[in-house]
Each structure stands twice: as structure tokens, then as C-alpha cells.
Design a protein around this ligand. Structure first.
Ligand code: DUC
Ligand code: ZN
Ligand code: ZN
Ligand code: ZN
Length: 544
């Protein structure tokens, strides 16, 4: 046949257009968009019945099990993460490889990435994936550190198409100094890499944790208290200042607070190359989830108007029998933490006004029962459930797209479907060097990574309406969005022209995902303006 697959009667949505058209697919690519394409020319035809057809989602922030296990026992293998991804309309995930400190020399980073690619090659992959690199050990002095890193980045780009690094301003063992951030920025600038920043002031957090521990305030609720919004605001501002001196574009990941948003917006207004990501949990969840059952409530009764004297009934629960579980707040522990209610409005606003370039999930799932059983020594067992030892993160790779469809577009918090596609598909592809292969629907150019949504009619009883953990087919045993109503859900998820998810069912034999090499960012490029007379001479050769 002329086409492998034809999608007829759809309404195509890209970041810039919404229009009715048919899509013809051949050899994994979009080959033609037109009206009234001939169904007899195709092996298989999907009738979209007027529904939206969007590019597949690109979730550029997903943590999965990796050889170095930097983040401990995360629940998902790459197989489970990609399976959960396609069940929620995501067709590419970008996950993390960690710098292996024990390897030195120019190939150190490419060897670190190789270990991940080799591991994932042994797994069944439901969609494509790419890798960022986490850096936490920077050679000194700055001149040598930057020269070595320069070579290492050049290697990891030419060998594996990795074009972004993530650095941390918090977490014992990961936090790097301002000095090391500058060294990193010099090398990332030279290589045209995107520098992703986890912006929280680790010293402020450490100080706060010690104060709380002194008062025996260690239950999950106090995780959020230990890292208030100013902690994120300070680090965000500081990173912007460092990036300004280096003229290095940066991207803040998982931005959660009005302080950080205002700081980022003001830098963008000044023309600095500052980009940002937020996540659905910061737009939707409330710190009330961790507030329930904390020590003060148990002593004094609930300070909020809930019927339970012992504390709020949290939204996040497995079933009513576990209502009395005083550790339940652990499920929504992440960093930055879930914020007080008033923060959510600024997150939605920043999605609409362009402050946020992308929405990622920060999927980083840990099994709750392992958290509580004490089987893992990092958790409740011998550490008595102290928040400091509870691993940070929650699942979200599956729910990112459906949640923003309903709570964003349908409920009017997001401007329109084009914004939805821009934030979740197109901009992630542009900013991380996957565009236009991924993130759009361009004939002859784009992979046929597509989502056919349900039409707006109500005749589809199979359309999921409520989030359950089972629906998400991940490796985790809970979702913070349990019970959330969802007004639409991917009906067909198509990866490189193959249907991998059809009306609630995974199609395992079509799981043919692979590693994708990326190009450099189409958005994050230096301004080529220097702010001091003492420009590092090394920078003069910088390519961009
Ligand atoms: N924050 C999380 O909550 N989990 C993974 C790592 C991170 O920075
Ligand atoms: Zn982070
Ligand atoms: Zn309460
Ligand atoms: Zn993360």
C-alpha cells in the first residue's frame, strides 16, 4: 500500500494551528497531510471522528532506574516508564544518566551515558527516549575543570547526542558551589549545551532541617517547611546572576513558586536567556496533602475545617482503610515541595504568559509500601520516618498530558489547545534538540508520534474518567492524582507509525522504542554579549 496508516477526520493541533485534516503515515514518518485522503491506499485506517490529533507528548524530565542509582531505588525501569508514558499520550521521554565519578579523562561522560544506553537496550521500550547528564563533580581549578569538561561534553555530544546537563544547588552529595557552577557554565556555553538547574539553596535547607530536628518536627509535613519558597527564589536569582556573567543560557527545572517565577520573568524581560519548566503537581496539588496528620495537628486537633479531629482526610490515599496512616504525606514529598494553595495561580499564569517554556513531569516514583515497611533502610523503619530520609519524588509521566488537557484546556486554565501542544510537545522538542523530528506534525520530517484523543461526544463509555493507579501501568504503587476526574484521555497513542496504546489497551508487539540522539537546542543560545571587561579568553572560541 501507499500508506501504512491513515488517520482521517481528525482535527490537527500544533503549537501554531488547529485545523481539520487527514494524516498519512509511511515507514514511521508523517508523509502527507491533506483533506479527503483515499482510505483504500492505506493498510490501516483510524477514524478520529473529529477529535483532536496532537503530536505525542515529550516529557523531558523523567527519572528511571539507572546503573548508578543516584536517586536510590526508583520504582520504574525504562520499560515501565515508557509503558506508562504511552498510556498517557507521551511518545518520547528524556531521562537522566549520572556522571560516574570513578571514570576520568575525556571519555568519562560518554562512558557514563553508555552504561545507561547498554542497560536500556536490554529492555522492551514502548517509546523513544533520550538522555540528559547529571553533573555533580567538577574538576578544579576553574580553568582546568572547564577545559576537561569541554572535551567531555564534546565527546558525549558527538557519541551520544547528549546536549544538556543538569546541576543541583541543593542535596548533600549533589550540591555544587557557585564556583563549580561557573566552571560548568563556561564549558556548557562553549559546547552549546543547555544547562538545567535545580534551584534551591541547599545551605538554607540544611539549616532549616537542623532547626526542625532540634524540635522533633520530622514528619512528612515538615519537608515543605524546611524548604520554603524563598529557598527557591534565592537560588533562582543567584543562578541567573552567574549565568549573566557567563552569558550562558539556562533552564530552571521544576519551578514551583511565585518568587522564582517573578525572578525568571524579570530576567527574561531584560533579554537574558533564561528558560523554565514547571510540572503538573505544582499547578494542581496542595500542601494540605502533607499537612494532614502531622504532629501539631495530632496534639491540638486539626487547624483546618475538617471533620476528622485527627487531621484532614488527604486526597492522596490508596483506600479508606488507610485513612489513619500518619505517614501518608510521604507520598507527595518532592523537591521543590508542593506549595501552599496561593502559589498555584501564578504557576498557571506563567504557563500562559510564556515564562514557562515547557511542562515536564519530574516523574520520580518510589514505592510507598517500601517507604513505610522499613524494608529499605532509607525509610521509615530504622529512621523513624523522618522526612529527611524520605526519597523525593512522585510518579507523573502518564498523567502529565491528560491532566493538562482537563485541568488546563477544558477548565480554562490554559489558553487553548495550541498552548497545550507548545508546552508539552513542541517546546520540549525545540529546547532539547529533537525538533522537528519530534514535537510537531510536519510531512516528510516528523516521526509519526501522535495522539488521537476522544471526540467530545459522550458515547465513549470506555473513556477513563477517574485516575486510578492501575490505569497508569507504571512500576509504582500509588499516584498522587488518585481519584482525579479526567475529561479526556488518549484514545490512540502512535509511536513511529505504530499504535502502542489503543482504547485503554497496550499493544506490546508494537513496542519498538529506541535511543534518540539529539541536536543542540533551537532555543537556548548565548546572547554573545559580555558583561565585564575580563572576558575569559577561553570563551573567545565559543561556538554557538
Ligand atoms: N526532585 C524530586 O522531587 N525528585 C527527583 C529529584 C529532584 O530534584
Ligand atoms: Zn531536581
Ligand atoms: Zn486537617
Ligand atoms: Zn527531577
Amino acid at each position: 500500500s501507499t500508506y501504512d496508516l491513515l488517520i482521517v477526520n481528525g482535527t490537527i493541533v500544533t503549537a501554531s494551528d488547529v485545523y481539520p485534516a487527514d494524516i498519512a503515515i509511511k515507514d514511521g514518518k508523517v508523509v502527507l497531510i491533506g483533506s479527503a485522503l483515499d482510505p483504500t491506499l492505506a493498510k490501516e485506517v483510524i477514524d478520529a471522528e473529529g477529535a483532536y490529533v496532537t503530536p505525542g507528548g515529550i516529557d523531558a524530565h523523567v527519572h528511571v532506574d539507572e546503573p548508578l542509582k543516584l536517586l536510590g531505588p526508583v520504582a520504574d525501569t525504562m520499560e515501565e516508564a515508557t509503558r506508562s508514558a504511552v498510556a498517557g499520550g507521551t511518545t518520547t521521554v528524556i531521562t537522566f544518566a549520572t556522571q560516574d565519578k570513578s571514570i576520568t579523562g575525556p571519555a568519562a561522560l560518554s562512558d557514563s551515558v553508555k552504561a545507561n544506553v547498554d542497560l536500556y537496550e536490554t529492555q522492551k521500550l514502548y517509546c523513544d527516549y533520550a538522555l540528559h547528564l547529571i553533573l555533580f563533580h567538577i574538576e578544579k581549578p576553574s580553568t582546568q575543570g572547564s577545559r576537561l569538561l569541554d572535551l567531555q561534553l564534546a565527546n558525549v555530544y558527538s557519541t551520544y547526542g547528549v546536549s544538556s546537563v543538569k546541576i543541583f544547588m541543593t542535596y548533600p552529595g549533589l550540591q555544587i558551589s557557585d564556583y563549580d557552577i561557573l566552571t560548568t557554565m563556561q564549558a556548557t556555553r562553549k559546547n552549546g549545551f543547555t544547562t538545567m538547574i535545580h534551584a534551591e539553596n541547599g545551605d538554607m535547607v540544611k539549616w532549616m532541617i537542623e532547626q526542625l530536628e532540634e524540635q522533633n518536627l520530622t514528619s512528612p509535613y515538615f519537608h515543605g517547611i524546611s524548604r520554603p519558597t524563598v529557598v527557591e527564589g534565592e537560588a533562582t536569582n543567584r543562578a541567573i546572576v552567574l549565568a549573566k556573567m557567563m552569558d550562558t543560557p539556562i533552564l530552571f527545572v521544576h519551578v514551583s513558586s511565585p518568587e522564582a517565577i517573578d525572578t525568571i520573568r524579570s530576567a527574561q524581560t531584560k533579554g537574558l536567556k533564561v528558560f523554565a519548566e514547571t510540572c503538573p503537581q505544582y499547578a494542581l496539588l496542595s500542601d494540605i496533602e502533607t499537612k494532614c496528620h502531622h504532629e501539631l495537628e495530632q496534639q491540638n486537633g486539626c487547624s483546618n475545617a475538617c471533620s476528622n479531629a485527627k487531621g484532614h482526610e488527604p486526597n492522596v490515599k490508596l483506600n479508606p482503610d488507610e485513612f489513619d496512616d500518619d505517614f501518608i504525606g510521604a507520598k507527595t514529598i518532592c523537591s521543590p515541595p508542593i506549595r501552599p494553595d496561593h502559589c498555584r495561580e501564578s504557576v498557571w499564569k506563567a504557563m500562559n504568559n510564556g515564562t514557562f517554556t515547557i511542562v515536564g513531569s519530574d516523574h520520580c516514583a518510589y514505592k510507598y509500601y517500601d517507604k513505610t515497611s522499613g524494608k529499605l533502610d532509607a525509610f521509615k523503619g530504622d529512621k523513624n520516618g523522618e522526612f529527611k530520609y524520605i526519597p523525593n519524588g512522585m510518579p507523573g509521566v502518564c498523567t502529565r498530558m491528560p491532566l493538562l488537557f482537563d485541568y488546563g484546556v477544558m477548565q480554562g486554565n490554559l489558553a487553548n489547545m495550541m498552548k497545550f501542544v507548545e508546552l508539552q510537545c513542541t517546546n520540549p522538542a525545540k529546547v532539547y534538540g529533537l525538533y522537528p523530528k519530534k514535537g510537531s506534525v510536519l510531512p516528510g520530517v516528523s516521526d509519526a508520534d501522535l495522539v488521537v484523543w476522544y471526540p467530545s461526544s459522550n458515547e465513549y463509555e470506555k473513556k477513563p474518567k477517574v485516575v486510578t493507579n492501575k490505569l497508569l501501568v507504571h512500576g509504582c504503587d500509588y499516584t498522587p492524582f488518585e481519584g482525579y476526574q479526567i475529561g479526556n484521555w488518549p484514545r490512540f497513542t502512535i509511536v513511529k507509525g505504530k499504535i502502542v496504546y489503543r482504547e485503554g489497551e497496550l499493544i506490546e508487539e508494537n513496542a519498538k522504542g529506541s535511543y534518540v540522539k539529539r541536536e543542540k537546542s533551537k532555543l537556548c543560545t548565548p546572547n554573545n554579549e559580555w558583561v565585564t571587561e575580563l572576558r575569559p579568553s577561553y570563551q573567545k572560541e565559543a561556538n554557538n
